[in-house]
Ligand binder design. Structure first.
Ligand code: B12
Ligand code: SF4
Length: 471
């Protein structure tokens, strides 16, 4: 079989409740999910596999059509998130327009949340639920043998007049068994990030699943159980990337520091191999300590991204964040003490949040002294506790995500959930938050003192201008 996996473009991405400037200025990261699936197929089957990342190649739909025609696939796999569904559907339509016998398979978080709705959309033949590596290989091995499909756990398809859903697959137990993402199948030198200083960047996942229960968050497809790769396996992947010319890494684990010993082992192994890499991590203020920070710093970790979300204990409780502002202050002080950058995430428009609460959050945000902040208006995602509670209590009138999954339309706009403030008030408060943080003379002065290159200066100026011009 000739298999093509596609990361669709972002032309019709549904924009949440945030100014486009925030959503679009993210840089382009490798589509790790399909690169994992591709690596597995490449290593454990005789099928031909290629990957098309329409985002990094900046392809329009005509160009995508030409590329698919050239590759001549028998099977096309697409990765689907709820907000990217329109581009997924458009790409599937192009595939079937080229040849209706090409089998279209969808995977990713959206299909996991809405299997029945998604399989009924036009031009879709199969869904793969949960983690795709094992299940997709099983599916492509047996795709022509329709009688054996029902025995494959983790797929959804239409059979005569019924929908067959074979149920969720078991989470992959030993992540070390998986081959590293097939970065060589995409133009990996093109991935750059706003957060690194203009170098080639890649993302890496060293664990799957987050054990915490924040009410606004759902990573439906990777499960709640924290499953980690061994330190040696992680550093092997870093070394492989280094040999490909990649030295900058975004560790995209939901919470990198769940297991302290593993963090220390990864850091020590990076140092033992003298890898000389730059990286950053995402974690929580209650799963980190000074020992870890010292090790991280020594191993080249440059910045830590912390989700704080709110500056009042009241809203932290509503969000079930499970952290205190005291823990936040301690973690930030320690991170700063060891001269690492801090990016802090905040949200406004949370349930039960008043204007006064938001101003308190902004006060705390400045008191914590992160280097950068990322503020968004809370979008209740499908599958989250906040969304489900809203539906149950009636504060969310209709299940609008389900309706969108059934009939995706380009005028869909997910609603915010705060009843005290209107959308325009929240937008105005968001601008106030950004400007009050980034446009402080002291802050600007400090940032310019830290500039080390012209590229960095230009990036900072561009970022600054986008804050000034936020409408
Ligand atoms: C890194 C990341 C990004 C990166 C890179 C995205 C990318 N192309 O990979 C950036 C920053 C660009 C990004 C952007 C967005 N992201 Co994002 N992102 C993530 C994050 C943190 C990790 C993704 C990842 O690499 N996972 C690791 C791999 C191994 O898992 P995976 O990608 O899910 O893939 C596995 C399975 O899903 C499946 N699979 C996936 N695709 C396919 C395809 C086929 C054919 C098959 C068979 C299987 C399969 O197999 C894979 C291997 O097991 C997740 C959270 C999370 N923990 O997963 C959010 C997440 C996926 N993002 C999310 C969202 C909403 C977005 C945005 C829409 C954000 C926005 N606008 O606010 C944009 C959309 C950008 C776009 N148009 O592509 C949501 C999706 C929720 C949903 N219901 O769909 C998540 C779950 C975060 C959340 N809110 O909880 N994101
Ligand atoms: S917000 Fe972060 S810590 Fe909370 S459940 Fe989601 S990934 Fe885990």
């Amino acid at each position: 079989m000739n298999i093509l996996l596609i990361n669709p473009p972002r032309d019709n991405e549904v924009i949440g409740n945030n100014p486009i400037i925030i959503e679009k200025n993210r840089g382009v990261n490798p589509p790790l999910g399909i690169l994992y699936v591709a690596a597995y197929i490449e290593k454990y089957s005789n099928h031909d596999i290629s990957v098309l990342d329409c985002q990094v190649e900046n392809l329009n739909y005509d160009q995508i059509k030409d590329r698919i025609k050239k590759i001549h696939p028998d099977i096309v796999g697409l990765t689907a998130m709820s907000l990217t569904l329109l581009d997924v559907i458009q790409t599937a339509k192009i595939v079937k327009g080229i040849n209706k016998n090409i089998q279209v398979v969808l995977g990713g978080p959206h299909v996991h949340l809405f299997p029945e709705e998604t399989i009924c959309l036009p031009n879709i033949d199969f869904l793969v639920l949960g983690e795709g590596e094992y299940v997709f290989k099983e599916l492509v091995d047996h795709i022509k043998d329709t009688d054996s499909l029902e025995a494959i756990k983790g797929i959804v398809f239409k059979s005569e007049y019924k929908i067959v859903n074979t149920g969720l697959p078991e989470p992959i137990k030993h992540l070390d068994d998986l081959p590293f993402p097939a970065r060589h199948l995409v133009p990996y030198k093109k991935y750059r990030s706003l957060l690194t200083k203009g170098q080639i960047v890649t993302t890496i996942f060293t664990s799957r699943g987050c054990p915490f229960k924040c009410s606004f968050c759902d990573r439906p497809h990777l499960g709640k159980k924290f499953r980690a790769r061994s330190a040696l396996n992680v550093v092997e992947e870093l070394q492989q990337c280094k040999e490909m010319g990649i030295s900058d890494f975004l560790f995209y684990d939901d919470t990198f520091t769940v297991n302290k010993q593993r963090v220390l082992d990864i850091c020590n192994e990076i140092n033992n191999r003298k890898l000389d890499i730059k990286w950053d991590i995402r974690t929580r203020v209650d799963t980190i300590d000074e020992d870890m920070i010292i090790h991280l710093k020594k191993a080249g970790c440059q910045s830590i991204h912390y989700g704080i979300e709110a500056g009042t204990e009241k809203i932290l409780k509503v969000l079930n964040k499970g952290i205190t502002l005291e823990q936040a202050q301690t973690a930030f002080d320690l991170t700063r003490k060891h001269k690492m950058n801090i990016l802090a995430y905040f949200m406004i428009g949370n349930p039960d949040e008043s204007r006064k609460d938001i101003y308190t959050t902004y006060k705390i945000m400045k008191k914590l002294k992160p280097d950068f902040v990322h503020i968004t208006i809370l979008t209740p995602f499908p599958g989250t506790k906040i969304y489900n509670d809203g539906l149950q209590s009636g504060s969310i009138k209709d299940d609008y995500w389900k309706a969108f999954a059934k009939h995706p339309s380009d005028n869909f706009k997910p609603l915010h959930i705060n009843t005290a403030l209107s959308t325009s008030e929240l937008n105005q408060l968001l601008r106030i938050g950004y400007k009050s943080f980034y446009l402080r003379p002291f802050y600007i002065f400090n940032q310019f003192l830290k500039v080390r290159s012209l590229t960095e200066l230009l990036k900072k100026m561009k970022a600054g201008l986008s804050v000034v011009s936020m409408k």
